[in-house]
Design a protein around this ligand. Structure first.
Ligand code: 13P
Ligand code: SF4
Length: 353
């Protein structure tokens, strides 16, 4: 039962004391969030991992790439643990090192040895070996909080950006920086030669956007926004930048999960919000702000199925193993990958500080 899992988690937390810190991403269910010492978006949690230098165990309630980033950014004596190893991210899985290397080779072939410089930028929602790929080639990581700053920086280092794996965040960011989505951007389909593009278009484009997406944020539509405006006059529509461009353009505001929370919390009582992001976050916002009307743009429920895999019973099991001296589900990034991936993450933290 939920009460039993809570009691087991609390007891293990008490025993482990300062040796343990629990991080929770905003998309985690309430039953997990209530046990988290820190909650945040991907950017905040990447920074917060470093806030607990004394903790021996960092239990990351989020998805695999977040735990990898925490492992990369923390000293080796700290163990980073993911309560369920099956908690991945379908978007991160849309780009593999093999595919990105292949893409890079084809771009180099088209642009030539003395051609324009391409700077790789990876969304933090990617495997550690892709962050290493980027770090090794002078690129950077970005999150939904800092994508415009990171991409602007990348375009100061070179003429073009290869952005992966989320085409929507890449496109939305390019548009925010004043680029034309039709003229200046191409989409790279890893399953087609040259990503499905002509050599001319590869030479012309400033943005090469990987054909990846988030299955949760892809569900939001302009029709849902129109419907919300009709049923709730005066509503403010706030969406995550992983949504398609037309949805971001039809909304009033867009930003990371942390931004979404801050905007809603800062609004006066009586405010009406239609939110385009994961349902656990939207429901929690609605519960924590009973003086405001807050609803999800998608009338069907839209959970992130992999975030949901962190169940309280997994957290209880993980912590009880730690109490017993068994370090289970540790996420360990190999040293060579770590070295270059850290370069890319540190670059983000410096450029976007
Ligand atoms: P942020 O929390 O950084 O906005 O990211 C959302 C997300 O999809 C995490 O996987
Ligand atoms: Fe990945 Fe989307 Fe889930 Fe975030 S919400 S973890 S991007 S599938």
């Amino acid at each position: 039962s939920p009460e039993e899992a809570d009691a087991r988690i609390e007891a293990a937390k008490r025993t482990l004391g300062n040796r343990l810190v629990i991080l929770g991403h905003h998309y985690q269910r309430d039953g997990i969030i209530k046990h988290a010492d820190y909650r945040g978006d991907s950017y905040k949690l990447a920074k917060d991992a470093n806030l607990c230098p004394d903790a021996e165990f960092i239990v990351f309630c989020g998805v695999h790439f977040m735990a990898e980033s925490a492992d990369i950014l923390t000293p080796d004596h700290q163990h980073v643990i993911l309560p369920n190893m099956a908690a991945g991210c379908s978007m991160a899985d849309m780009a593999s090192l093999f595919q990105v290397r292949n893409c890079w080779k084809q771009i180099e072939e088209v642009l030539g040895a003395n051609g324009p410089r391409v700077v790789p930028v990876t969304y933090i929602n990617s495997a550690a070996n892709l962050k290493a790929f980027v770090g090794e080639r002078g690129g950077t990581v970005c999150t939904s909080t800092n994508a415009p700053t990171a991409v602007k920086w990348a375009l100061e280092q070179g003429e073009k950006v290869l952005f992966f794996p989320d085409q929507h965040l890449g496109r939305n960011t390019g548009v925010k920086l004043g680029y034309d989505p039709d003229k200046d951007m191409i989409v790279w389909d890893p399953f087609q030669p040259y990503g499905g593009n002509s050599p001319e278009r590869i030479r012309e484009a400033t943005f090469i956007l990987w054909k990846g997406h988030c299955s949760v944020h892809k569900r939001f539509t302009v029709e849902q926004i129109e419907e919300a405006r009709q049923t709730h006059p005066g509503v403010t529509v706030l969406v995550h930048p992983e949504c398609p461009l037309e949805v971001v353009e039809a909304a009033d505001l867009n930003g990371s999960t942390e931004y979404i929370i801050k905007q809603v919390e800062a609004s006066p009582p009586g405010s009406v919000w239609a939110i385009g992001t994961e349902i656990n976050l939207v429901s929690r916002l609605a519960n924590e702000n009973p003086d405001k009307t807050i609803f999800c743009l998608d009338p069907q429920v839209c959970p992130c199925s992999t975030m949901y895999r962190i169940h309280p019973s997994f957290l209880a099991w993980t912590l009880e193993n730690l109490v017993a001296g068994n370090v289970v589900n540790e996420v360990i990034v190999p040293p060579k990958v770590k070295y270059f991936a850290k370069m890319a993450l540190d670059r983000m933290l410096t450029v976007c500080a």
